[in-house]
Design a protein around this ligand. Structure first.
Ligand SMILES: Cc1cc2nc3c(=O)[nH]c(=O)nc-3n(C[C@H](O)[C@H](O)[C@H](O)COP(=O)(O)OP(=O)(O)OC[C@H]3O[C@@H](n4cnc5c(N)ncnc54)[C@H](O)[C@@H]3O)c2cc1C
Length: 454
């Protein structure tokens, strides 16, 4: 059977792109399970929800909270933003499946991808349900893409979010929590008693969202170089929601639905195309340190599909042409610095540093960062000026020595280059010399810059 595009993976990325491309092209989505079913659920920034997706959203976050193990009072809330809606995954994904079929294209369940071969005229794709021919293959198989593996695409630079949680029923009320609450990265003193020392205190972080007057979604998150197994995560989650004093409102919750998974984060230089093959969604690491993969899909799928549409129309499907297709609306270097910093705060910084970072979003903090900037970083919508405001706050609250204590050497150069904006080249040359050569501390640190070299 000949198609214009075969999309592997009937998750949100594959179905969103298929719903657009199938307007003009003959598309086939192949899914190893049942397309449009997922064990994930999402809340997303308001600005990424377009008119097509809006009817499939509900409620949303209206209040941000944070609670840290080293600062019991470091709790903050914010109502500056309109809301972060929840996506109803049980209606949006089936709607996309129906849209694809209504457009005359196909979605095949229980159809696992096996292999593919590229020739001058197309791609031949072998699946559990037979062979298919296409002009273009779009890999939307998610974090564990077998296609990326076949091409030997390295993921050595990736960080991984490992997530385990549950939708919970609170028949006796919310115990002081409010509908619309979002607990961002709560930390505990000993969340991972049996794990290695780097994971103790504050790792994994705990989050919850209150969906309605008796329903919560609570979860634990690890951001690590390695993937944490479901078996390792489940007991940690159970202990947090059943035993921690800071989660008393969850102790008698009934679990309705388990949610878990893994997604990549923080790599900024992945390979996104091969001859007649392009990667999208988690398979292309469309995420930032907070792992807002669904947000990226919603933010990008229409533009991205438009570009694929043009490539199909012009029959420009070579590796170089596909690699030139932009995946994101906006990206600049200073944003990458912020993303790098947040990744390492969450994964590698000592717990007191992580807690101080979370505390920066507390309105009472002297270097307060507006929580809206969080959203802007995660969706790559932040402006250069806002990046500098945020970086400035971080650089005022932390000494360079503290930041460099958890940034890998390979990434610290980025921070130092950006820091030039705040300290000027002269002071920076001193820092570079001190840091890279392990020699003298800078002779005349610029105290007015907010830097402290002690
Ligand atoms: C618990 C949890 C909570 C999350 N919360 C949020 C949130 O609040 N906001 C947000 O923006 N993001 C969130 N995310 C991230 C978001 O879910 C992912 O980024 C998103 O699902 C990526 O979509 P995808 O289609 O690229 O990949 P996936 O969702 O992984 O879908 C891939 C699909 O490909 C199929 N597939 C895989 N291999 C094959 C094969 N060989 N043959 C055929 N089919 C195959 C799979 O069965 C699957 O259906 C969350 C993730 C998890 C795990």
């Amino acid at each position: 059977m000949q198609y214009d595009a075969v999309i592997i993976g009937g998750g949100p990325a594959g179905l969103a792109i298929a719903s657009e491309l199938s307007r003009n092209w003959r598309v086939l989505v192949v899914e190893k399970g049942v397309a449009g079913t997922t064990n994930r659920s999402w809340f997303v920034p308001y600005n990424v929800v377009d008119d097509l997706v809006r009817p499939f959203t509900f409620g949303g976050v209206t209040r941000f909270l944070a609670n840290t193990c080293t600062g019991a009072t470091a709790q903050w809330q914010a109502r500056q933003f309109e809301r972060y809606p929840y996506v109803n995954e049980k209606t949006l994904l089936p709607h996309w499946v129906e849209t694809v079929r209504a457009n005359g294209s196909e979605v095949l369940d229980q159809c696992e991808y096996r292999s593919h071969e590229v020739s001058g005229s197309g791609v031949s794709i072998a699946t559990a349900r037979g062979k298919f021919q296409a002009r273009l293959l779009i890999d939307c198989t998610g974090y564990n893409s077998p296609i990326a593996k076949q091409y030997g695409i390295s993921r050595a630079g990736y960080y991984w979010w490992s997530v385990f949680g549950a939708i919970g029923d609170h028949p006796n009320g919310l115990g002081g929590m409010e509908v619309g609450d979002y607990m961002l990265w709560q930390t505990f003193a000993d969340t991972n008693r049996n794990a290695d020392a780097s994971l103790q205190q504050g790792r994994p972080v705990f989050e919850y969202e209150i969906l309605d007057p008796r329903t919560s979604f609570s979860l634990i998150l690890y951001l690590r170089k390695e993937i944490i197994t479901r078996e390792a995560m489940e007991p940690v989650y159970q202990r947090i929601i059943r035993e921690e004093a800071g989660t008393a409102a969850f102790h008698d919750m009934t679990i309705k639905e388990i949610k878990y998974g893994w997604y990549p984060s923080g790599s900024v230089s992945q390979e996104l195309a091969r001859e007649r093959v392009i990667f999208a969604g988690d398979a292309a690491c469309w995420t930032t340190p907070c792992g807002w993969g669904m947000s990226f899909i919603l933010n990008n799928y229409r533009d991205f599909s438009g570009k694929l549409d043009a490539a199909l129309r012009a029959d420009r499907l070579g590796r170089t042409e596909l690699a030139a297709i932009p995946h994101f609306r906006f990206r600049e270097r200073s944003e990458i610095v912020l993303n790098t910093l947040i990744t390492h705060f969450l994964s590698d910084a000592a717990a007191p540093l992580l807690d101080r970072f979370i505390g920066l979003f507390n309105p009472a903090s002297p270097n307060h960062i507006d929580p809206l900037y969080c959203e802007k970083v995660f969706t790559l919508d932040i402006t250069t000026e806002e990046v500098h405001i945020m970086l400035g706050a971080v650089l005022k609250a932390f000494t360079l020595k503290e930041l460099l204590s958890f940034l890998p050497l390979s990434e610290s150069g980025l921070l130092l280059e950006e820091a030039a904006y705040f300290v000027g080249e002269e002071a920076l040359a001193d820092v570079r010399r001190w840091f890279h050569l392990g020699g003298d501390t800078p002779a005349s640190p610029n105290r007015n810059s907010g830097f402290d070299f002690n």
